[in-house]
Design a protein around this ligand. Sequence first.
Ligand SMILES: NC(=O)c1ccc[n+]([C@@H]2O[C@H](COP(=O)([O-])OP(=O)(O)OC[C@H]3O[C@@H](n4cnc5c(N)ncnc54)[C@H](OP(=O)(O)O)[C@@H]3O)[C@@H](O)[C@H]2O)c1
Length: 253
Amino acid sequence: MVLYRTALITGASSGIGAAFARELAERGSDLVVVARRAGRLRQLARELGSEYGIAVEVLTADLTEPSGVARVEERAAAGVDLLINNAGMGTNGHFANLPVDGEEREVRLNVLAVLRLTAAALPGMIARRHGGIVNVSSVAGFQALPGSATYAASKAFVTSFTESLAGETHGTGVHVTVVAPGFTRTTMSGEGAGVPGFLLLDADRVVRAALDAVERGSVLVVPGSQWKAIGLATRHLPRPLLRAMTRRLNGAG
Ligand SMILES: NC(=O)c1ccc[n+]([C@@H]2O[C@H](COP(=O)([O-])OP(=O)(O)OC[C@H]3O[C@@H](n4cnc5c(N)ncnc54)[C@H](OP(=O)(O)O)[C@@H]3O)[C@@H](O)[C@H]2O)c1
């Protein structure tokens, strides 16, 4: 049985989002795939359509632009059974040295697009008493991260927002889940270059963990036992100790 008839996935043109598209196509869902690179989305739509016999709509949009978000909001409000807020970006460097426009774009994509698309999709799901929302966060959101201040804060928002919504939607027939991966082999992590192998996850594994969590009705999932242990530690260590540790990791002494 197909659990979710239509799934809208942001950031489906590569990495974790493309893996969501493939896994959901295999499970029989029709898809709406969203990103900026139209060519990649069309290619994915052709492949998945012919391999799995599903319908795939391509929606090209820049989710840092209000007009791009508005087009996707319209589609989400028209009715999707599963919304996957996956598109994201991360800047690196000390905040004082980074152009603030880039930091603002990061907040628009990682925070505001998630908020607006959730607002567009959720009321209809609650009215139909059926639906799911998966927000892709990161273990980076569990603690301060000097060198990635905006990214860590944006993911802390995504995790907290989703956990609150899970409380609000309890008993409505709508499942809201946040997945918080560690380093995953994608373009965002430079395919994991320089990351010790035991810490690296495959996008497929992240996606299976997230979709299993949706089916179980779990609210927060950290894929991989190594990252579960790290995530558990970072959520329970005293904050001053954590801040000292992340400051050292960042080379700030
Ligand atoms: N890789 C990791 O180590 C890791 C770890 C934890 C969490 N995550 C999270 O996982 C999610 C997916 O990242 P990924 O690792 O799969 O990276 P990725 O391969 O770089 O994919 C990012 C996706 O987001 C889309 N995107 C970027 N900017 C966009 C914009 N302005 N408007 C619309 N779409 C945009 C990209 O498509 P276009 O370029 O075609 O627009 C692409 O499809 C992100 O939320 C990220 O924070 C990643």
